[in-house]
Design a protein around this ligand. Structure first.
Ligand code: SF4
Length: 185
């Protein structure tokens, strides 16, 4: 894949920071999964989160089947960082952008696995566990659910994420490999 083509193309999008990473840069931690299990209200509520995504080991293996990764952030200002509704309302734009960036990779004949922050919010009520995911192509599994400490990975890659009181940073990670087939989750 031509990384320069991707780098040229992303200048047209409001990406705040990005890094191309090696798959071995990603650390999969049971401790992160433990936080999901014990502290996140979305645990066991979505196809995009554990336990539906499989064990941390299974997530690691799935990611290791890819050749490289593209980690990027967007940043949005809110009037009050404590207002969770306002904060979460900024996420849709980031997800939309994530799909657009994923398409850049797919246009380069790359098969992708795209992870994002937070549990999938495409449907009002997730089909899990009674029926398959309704929109597998729109659903982006949560990075933390895979056992990835997002802030740790960002620090490793030199991506800043604490930029001020009312600034929200959203992350996405696109894993890619040569293929002509569709994304598999
Ligand atoms: S697209 Fe719908 S069914 Fe699939 S994970 Fe998201 S909320 Fe659940």
């Amino acid at each position: 894949m031509n990384l320069q083509t991707i780098e040229s193309a992303i200048t047209a999008y409001p990406i705040c920071a990005y890094a191309f990473i090696q798959i071995q840069d990603i650390h999969f931690k049971e401790e992160v999964r433990h936080i999901c299990r014990t502290e996140c209200p979305r645990y066991g509520k979505s196809w995009s989160c554990p336990p539906a995504v499989g064990t941390v080991e299974e997530c690691k293996k799935r990611c290791e089947a890819y050749e490289g990764g593209f980690l990027f952030t967007t940043m949005t200002e809110v009037s009050d960082i404590e207002n969770m509704d306002e904060l979460l309302s900024t996420r849709a734009e980031h997800e939309k952008l994530t799909h657009q960036i994923r398409e850049l990779f797919q246009n380069q004949q790359q098969e992708t696995l795209t992870l994002s922050t937070e549990s999938c919010a495409v449907c009002q009520r997730c089909a899990w566990p009674d029926a398959p995911c309704r929109f597998p192509d729109r659903m982006l599994p949560c990075m933390e659910g895979y056992g990835i400490l997002v802030t740790g990975l960002a620090e490793q890659c030199g991506i800043a994420f604490l930029s001020g009181n009312n600034l929200v940073t959203w992350f996405s990670l696109i894993l890619y490999r040569e293929s002509h087939s569709q994304e598999r989750v």
